[in-house]
Unconditional design. Structure first.
Length: 163
C-alpha cells in the first residue's frame, strides 16, 4: 500500500475535510477544563469549577460532532483501518469522550465539591490521552495523507483562472 498518495476525505465540503476543521474545539475545551481544574485546586474559587463544567460539556458536544465526521472517514476509507495509527486515534478518542462524559456526570450535582480529586484526575487523563490521539491523527494526515486533497487537484484549484 502506497502511504504517500493522498486519500481525500469522504466527509468534506468543497474538498476540505470536516473532521480536521472541528477537532480544535473539543481539544481546546477539554484542555481548558484541565487548567480550570488546576485553578480550582489552587484557589478553591467555585468559578473555576463552573468554568470547567461548561468546558467539559462543550468539549463533549463538539467532540461527538467531530467524531461523527471522523467515523465517516474511518468507516468509508480503507487506509485508516490498515494502520495502527487509525485504530489508536479512533478508539482513543472514544475513550476520551467516555472520560469526559463520566467527568461531567460526577460534577452534575455539586460542581465545586466534585472537582477534587476525581474530576482533576479525569481531566488529566483526558488531556494525556488527547495528546496521544492528536499525535496519531496528525500521523494519519501528514504521514499517511488521509483526508487531504491530491497535490495536483490542490495545485489546479490554486492556478485556475476565476470564471
Amino acid at each position: 500500500m502506497d502511504h504517500r498518495s493522498p486519500v481525500p476525505s469522504r466527509a468534506a465540503i468543497a474538498g476540505h475535510p470536516i473532521h480536521p476543521m472541528l477537532i480544535p474545539f473539543p481539544m481546546a475545551f477539554l484542555v481548558g477544563a484541565f487548567f480550570c481544574d488546576l485553578g480550582y485546586w489552587g484557589t478553591e474559587d467555585p468559578f473555576w469549577a463552573r468554568a470547567s463544567f461548561w468546558l467539559i460539556a462543550s468539549g463533549l458536544a463538539t467532540g461527538l460532532l467531530a467524531g461523527l465526521f471522523g467515523a465517516v472517514d474511518f468507516v468509508t476509507l480503507s487506509r485508516p483501518k490498515h494502520v495502527l495509527h487509525g485504530w489508536v486515534h479512533a478508539v482513543g478518542n472514544i475513550v476520551v469522550l467516555l472520560l469526559a462524559a463520566v467527568n461531567l456526570y460526577l460534577r452534575e450535582e455539586q460542581v465545586p465539591t466534585d472537582v477534587l480529586p476525581w474530576g482533576l484526575l479525569l481531566s488529566l487523563a483526558t488531556v494525556l490521552l488527547l495528546g496521544i490521539t492528536g499525535w496519531m491523527g496528525g500521523e494519519l494526515s501528514y504521514r499517511y495523507q488521509v483526508g487531504v486533497l491530491p497535490a495536483e487537484t490542490d495545485q489546479e484549484e490554486r492556478t485556475r483562472e476565476p470564471e
